[in-house]
Design a protein around this ligand. Sequence first.
Ligand code: AMP
Length: 585
Amino acid sequence: MITFSSLSLREELTQAISDLGFETPTPIQQKVIPQLLSDPIDIIGLAQTGTGKTAAYGLPLLHHVDIAVKHVQCLVLSPTRELCMQIQEEMSKYGANMRGLRITAVYGGMPIAAQIRELRSNPQVVVATPGRLIDLLERKAISLADVEYVVLDEADEMLNMGFREDIDLILKNTPAREHTWLFSATMSNEVRGIAKRFMKDWKEFSVATANTTNENIDHQYYVAQHSNRFETLRRLLDFTPGIYGIIFTRTRQDCQDISEKLMKQGYHVSPLHGDMDQKMRTKVMERFKSKQLQCIVATDVAARGIDVNDITHVINYELPDDPEVYTHRSGRTARAGKSGICMSIVSPKQISNVRQIERLVKQKFHKSDIPDGAEVVRKRLFFYMEQIALAQPKADFAKLYRDSIHEQFADVDKDELIRKLIWLQLKDTIDIYQDSEDLNAGYDNKEKGGSRGNRSARLFINLGEKDGLTTQKLLQFITESADINANVIERVTVRDLSSFFNVPGDMAEQVMEQLAAKKFKGRKVRLEEAEQSKGGSSSGGGGGDYRGGSRPKPSSGPRYSGDVRAYGKRAGAGSGGGGYKGKRK
Ligand code: AMP
């Protein structure tokens, strides 16, 4: 296997990569870097954001650049201001040990005078949006006369955004250009057109076909009536306390309305859409990147170029019309080798759209149940307990207040104290979910996984997230252990300690028998048939997490109303010590 050290990059780059913690080159890097180092011919790289494409061209660019020469040698064109900034940031990290290297980014939406001043510092590498670059060329603030390397990043996006003429003009103004590297997620005729006009015998490198399938994404969908969409969103957010995500809406108005409603209810979110000026958008991105925001609510256009690696969830408030847009949205998660979840809220009528997208992304979507109130409360209780277990109070904090704390609680029993603390944390949620309704829109018989004579059976299994399971891993375990095809397994719900799934009724016994004979990571597997509520839309036989003993009956009200009476501010969902804190770099 190719390693970074075997690539014979210049020492400063190898060192920087190692400092960044990159261990192995990503597939596109493995293909492109050796070629561009040994023979930097013209190339087309078909790769989406998140595949490591910036390093795939950035490292060879920096390898070839002559730091001693103080004029623009490398030009990277990119469609958006956000992407420009990210490329500059990323390449600056790679070039951190190259003394004298200057990388300048120029893009619209910011005062041009400051950028003109920056260009006077003689950068060797310029990253630009086409529009702003032309503006600078017209003002004679930049010369492309000595540019040898040109990279067209996200060429398809640039063309979609109407930059074709600008790109033509820029490329015509690079007389010394010897190497043109084009990167694009898709290979359209227009992209090929640019290659034909401006590139010599190029080689193509592709990490997958267009519409890359990212196996690390768990695609889930939740069926709710249109009128319950917002409630469903809220419930999914509450059920995912450590979320760090993007909620996609179709329109700017929805984007604004939904984020306002969520903010009013105490969620740490912000809108991001085209009606906001550049300054506001930058501010939102800064708050999101520094994790002051738990989610951003975005339109597709505004979300373009958001480059954040550790997004845990993408939520489609509504499915996009165009299945390809779905791929772009879901691709915001599960980046750089991580895994992620893409949740879509769909109305019963939109299930056919789900099927269409399934075909496009070549992955099965998992129908999941919208959790009921009790499950939300339980999930947040477990989350909170974990937060307490993981908390590392400052050493001097205890010292400073120890006496007062002891004095105050000297007579309070430990159990009582825990109850009180958890009450404070969970009280709001318990109030909210006291009489919460079932939001799952009814399934028709077909969706239940069987014809009239073969109703599906809901099975409980004693394995959950704590065992390292995800929906996909559970499906894999089931299909590898029992004679059943993943296509007939429905409504997989993975909980902390246990999970539920549906199989056609006539297969239930056999599946239970075959699985019960297996062990998972050394643990004995136990299965039971779960009760299904009327209408088949309950969230999984009570959704209880239990390791042993008898199966709890499905509950309708909050299960913790007696013991853990309530819980703290909802803001705890993402703020304060929110669960994603640990994931922070
Ligand atoms: P890109 O596709 O260029 O937007 O890269 C996505 C992210 O992956 C960037 O934040 C990079 O820092 C990161 N990355 C790129 N190459 C590697 C690698 N070989 N190993 C780990 N992370 C990487």
